[in-house]
Design a protein around this ligand. Sequence first.
Ligand code: TRH
Length: 384
Amino acid sequence: MTVPSKPHWDLFCRVVDNFGDIGVCWRLARILAAEHGIAVRLVVDRPEILDRIANSHEIYNKSVCYHHVEVVRWSDSIRPSTDTSVVVEVFACDPPEPYLAAMAELARCPLWINLEYLSAESWVAGCHGMLSRHPQLGIDKLFMIPGFDRASAGLLRESSLDEQRRRFLSDPEARAAMWCGLGVPPPAPGELRASLFGYENPVVVRLLDVLSRHSRPVTVVVPEGRSVADLSRRLGLGLARAGDVWREGSLQVAVVPFTDQHSYDRLLWCCDLNMVRGEDSLVRALWAGRAMLWQAYPQQDDDHHAKVEALLGRLLPFVEPAAADDAAALWRHWNGMSGRGPAWARLESTVAALTSAIDAWRQALAKGPELATSLVNAATSQIQ
Ligand code: TRH
């Protein structure tokens, strides 16, 4: 009996900025390999960035394989093999032209997918699943757009995620070990614990000011990175690296190491309020089901405001009506948008309302499409 060979997929990733590009690619690659039995080759222009989120200390001067994903450095000499069945370019990153030309010459041209950025906006329904033809090579590229409903490709989500989260949260020793690894004591009874992963944001200082006068103790845990640098500058402090702590009134701000994706998930699961940004940490905070404040990647001419409005439009139906205005005002203010300022005095009840809302939204989203499965389904229907 011959064992059917694994399907071979190539994923192309350019690290434009930050961790979002590689973060999404790495997560997608792992799910495809682990849950769909696909042999994945991840072609990335800056594989060393993967070290930060994959917790590996490999040197990337040759291809390496971990979690059953082959990681290779982007080069113009890369070619598809006769086994390559799907090519995913992530975020319109333009695979090398010689690669595309070689693809067009194969006896069976692979399915070519452009995986777009996540969006909550309504245009997704009209664009997801569209084809675009390469002007010279005559091969089609299929647009797959992640999103929040069935008219999109859905959201990345490991099939065992809920179970992992449930097991972790019901294991006090595992939680204590996680806090110990981050160098922060576990939350004291009655404490509000928050995580902060953002871009530069003037509102953070105002929030910290409010939290320093909060009715109960608050710890804000900040992974090393842009938020820490921003805080140091704004507060005029030497708050710079993991282990640094700043205290004022009821508030303490603790800088923790930037961890791998799995450890970051666990931090999100354990916090009462998660301040996240971009794309992948937004989705992870949703799956954590705790109160969440999202900072959109700032764009020229405030183009990101429409993204905030679109996401709010999907969140607000889950927020209890009495708290909806406060929640919306807080989210808009956090993103530098005009309008009514947040009701800081009602922060506690806004966070409580957001907790219920995000958890209800999480459950609804879990019934919707899963992104890696959507790509696999697209590949399967092309082969049939
Ligand atoms: O890093 P980001 O700001 O990436 C952004 C967005 O993707 C945005 O859409 C894109 O246009 C821009 O880059 C260029 O935020 P994001 O998407 O949340 O990615 C962060 C990744 O880092 C995510 O996979 C989670 C991971 N992470 C860790 O692994 N460990 C950590 O300690 C933290 C804080 C994050």
